[in-house]
Design a protein around this ligand. Sequence first.
Ligand code: GLN
Length: 385
Amino acid sequence: MPATASRLSVFTESVIRGTTRLANLHGAINLSQGFPDFDPPEELLSALEGATRGPHHQYAVTWGAPRFREALAQKIHRFTGLTVEPDRHLVVTCGSTEAMMVAMMTACNPGDKVIIFSPFYENYAADAILSGAEPIYVPLHPPYFNYDSKELAAAFAQNPKAIIVCNPSNPTGKVFTHSELLEILHFAERHDAFIIMDEPYEHIVYDPEVHTYMCALPGAAERTITCNSLSKTYSITGWRLGYVHAAPEVITQAKKVHDFLTVGAAAPLQEAAVAGLELPDSYYTGLRDLYTAKRDIFLDYLRRTGLSFTEPQGAYYVLVDISPLGFKDDTEASEWFIKELGVAGVAGSSFFREPVKHLLRFHFAKNASTLHAAGEKLLQIRSRR
Ligand code: GLN
């Protein structure tokens, strides 16, 4: 039998998705893979019903249905102030997952280096390997997960083709400040590198933090490739709608990559999602308030367990230090939490380049009743200490 490609031997299946399968098998409350257990806004549900009877059942335009791209351009303009031309600045993709792959294949030649902050969302390493790029890891230091400017300078000194920045950050909950983003931009300008932003949590940022759009910083537009999705903002992770927003010269190339990877995102879902993109500003403040309440419920339980963690400034994940519980490593802990406690979290090591094995990542994108049920179970670990 022929051997499969050797590049596949250097990364594993997604630990996040694997943990979800194990959680389902054991009937555990799944706080591992980040997705809501509540419905999208009513406007989206009724638009979806309407879309099923419309003329939307064949391929949409490869780089995105015109009505969807128009609404997307207006929504991006509303929050960034940038002029976005639907035909020149956007490619619609199957989630930010495809957007990231498109961005990497558009920006990097095989052998190019790409800076990734560690801990990182696990797809980035696989994206780098699949596109032939070589990651250079720069640590984000706990407890606030800030980077060290000297370490970033040393990484840029290796002349990377791009840097990947997830803001707000999965899994740390860090929100990059305006001055940090400016510094990253200056490094990128000095070394003529692309900045690949992954921003699915742009609207899930907790007071007093604010989201700064890299693409809107002075001079950033020509080198920023923003990847984003509608999954988290509108609670539609299963719709798989995302996009790349970048300069026209980049988008011309990105369109080709996307076309040959997937042809296009689901046409009826693009049609229905327009209703989400047209929601008023009050929807986004409501979303922030909703997630602030969820964060408060969940972190209160975590505090009562006595375990330490870093309060997220944005996104809906929290890394919890499970070292007082005496497990061999985080994989053993994750299995024990699923099988014995009935709550699933992701082994933190899957996000780190460094040998960090004392963290579990939980998410709190769940109904209050789910969070209370999970919280009560988590309190039982007090007897293990
Ligand atoms: N972004 C989510 C997480 O980190 C879901 C990832 C996925 O499975 N696409 O859990």
